[in-house]
Design a protein around this ligand. Structure first.
Ligand SMILES: NC(=O)c1ccc[n+]([C@@H]2O[C@H](COP(=O)([O-])OP(=O)(O)OC[C@H]3O[C@@H](n4cnc5c(N)ncnc54)[C@H](OP(=O)(O)O)[C@@H]3O)[C@@H](O)[C@H]2O)c1
Length: 250
C-alpha cells in the first residue's frame, strides 16, 4: 500500500523538521520542502521521504513543488515563516516588513493555491485533505516592536479563516496551530540576524519553553483526527507563558 503524502514547508529546521519526522512516524510519505538543500535531503533520507528545494515566495519554485507532489495530496503543513527584526513602527524597516509578509502570508497563499487541487482530489477519494497553517500567538496580540511580525501572523490567521469559509463544501480541512514561545535553534537567531546573545535572552530563565516536538505533536494530532473533525485553531503555549507579556522566569 502506498503511503498518503504530506508536504511540510520549512522542513529544514525547528518545528517543520519535527513535524516531518512525526508525520513520517504516523505513516505519511513526507515531502520536505525548504531552501536549504542539504538539510531537506538529509531529513528526507532519514525518514524515507522526498526532498524538494523550494522558496515559498518564488512562484516558479512553488510550481516545481506542485509538480513533484503530483495529483494526490493528503496533508499540507504551511510552516515556512519567520520574524525579522524587532523595531518599533516609528523605526520600521520597510524591507523587513515586506519579507515577513512575503513568507508568512504570500508564501503560504502560493503553496496553498498550487497544491489545493491535489488536496481536493485526495479528499474526494479518502474523506478529506488537510491544511495546517502554522500561525502564532503573534497573530492574536500586539507587542512593542513586533508590529511587522504580528501584522503578518494576523494575516496567516485571517487567510486560514477565509480559506475555511471558501472551502466549506469541499473535502478539505483547514486548521491553524498558533504557538507561543517555542525554543527552536534558529527562529530568534534569524530574527536578530545571527546575534546569539539577543536570541538567548528571549528564553532566559524560562525553565521549560515549548520545543519543536511539542508543536509537531499538536500538528500530528490535528491531522490524525477522523476526517469529519476540523480543529479550527489551537493556541499552544508553555505553562510559564500565561500571556505574551507575563512569562515566569527563574
Ligand atoms: N519559534 C517560535 O517561538 C514560534 C512561535 C510561534 C510561531 N512560530 C512559527 O513557526 C514556524 C516555524 O518556526 P521555527 O521556530 O521552527 O523557526 P525556524 O527553525 O527558523 O524555521 C523556519 C523554517 O522556514 C523555512 N523558510 C524560511 N523562509 C522560507 C522560504 N522563503 N521558503 C521556504 N522555506 C522557508 C526555513 O528553512 P530555509 O531557511 O532552509 O528555507 C526553516 O526551515 C514559523 O512560521 C514561525 O513563524 C514560531
Amino acid at each position: 500500500m502506498s503511503r498518503p503524502v504530506a508536504v511540510v514547508t520549512g522542513a529544514s529546521s525547528g518545528i517543520g523538521a519535527a513535524a516531518a519526522r512525526q508525520l513520517a512516524g504516523a505513516g505519511f510519505e513526507v515531502v520536505c520542502a525548504a531552501r536549504r538543500a542539504d538539510r531537506v535531503e538529509a531529513l528526507a533520507a532519514e525518514i524515507d521521504g522526498r526532498a524538494v528545494v523550494c522558496d515559498v515566495t518564488d512562484p516558479a519554485s512553488v510550481a516545481a513543488l506542485a509538480d513533484e507532489v503530483g495529483p494526490r495530496l493528503a496533508v499540507l503543513v504551511n510552516n515556512a515563516g519567520g520574524a525579522f527584526g524587532l523595531s518599533t513602527v516609528a523605526e520600521a524597516d520597510s524591507d523587513e516588513w515586506r519579507r515577513m509578509y512575503d513568507v508568512n502570508v504570500i508564501g503560504l497563499m502560493q503553496v496553498t493555491r498550487a497544491l489545493l487541487p491535489a488536496l481536493v482530489a485526495h479528499g474526494g477519494a479518502e474523506g478529506a485533505g488537510t491544511i495546517v497553517n502554522v500561525g502564532s500567538t503573534a497573530g492574536r496580540i500586539a507587542y512593542e516592536g513586533g508590529a511587522g511580525y504580528t501584522a503578518a501572523k494576523h494575516g496567516t490567521k485571517v487567510v486560514t479563516e477565509t480559506l475555511r469559509l471558501e472551502l466549506f463544501d469541499q473535502p478539505v480541512r483547514v486548521c491553524e496551530i498558533a504557538p507561543g514561545m517555542v525554543r527552536t535553534d534558529e527562529f530568534s537567531l534569524v530574527r536578530f540576524d545571527g546575534d546569539q546573545a539577543r536570541a538567548d535572552a528571549i528564553y532566559a530563565g524560562v525553565a521549560e519553553p515549548l520545543v519543536a516536538d511539542d508543536v509537531a505533536d499538536a500538528i500530528t494530532w490535528v491531522v490524525t483526527r477522523p476526517s469529519h473533525v476540523n480543529i479550527d485553531e489551537m493556541v499552544i503555549k508553555p505553562r510559564a507563558q500565561a500571556a505574551q507579556h507575563k512569562v515566569h522566569r527563574v
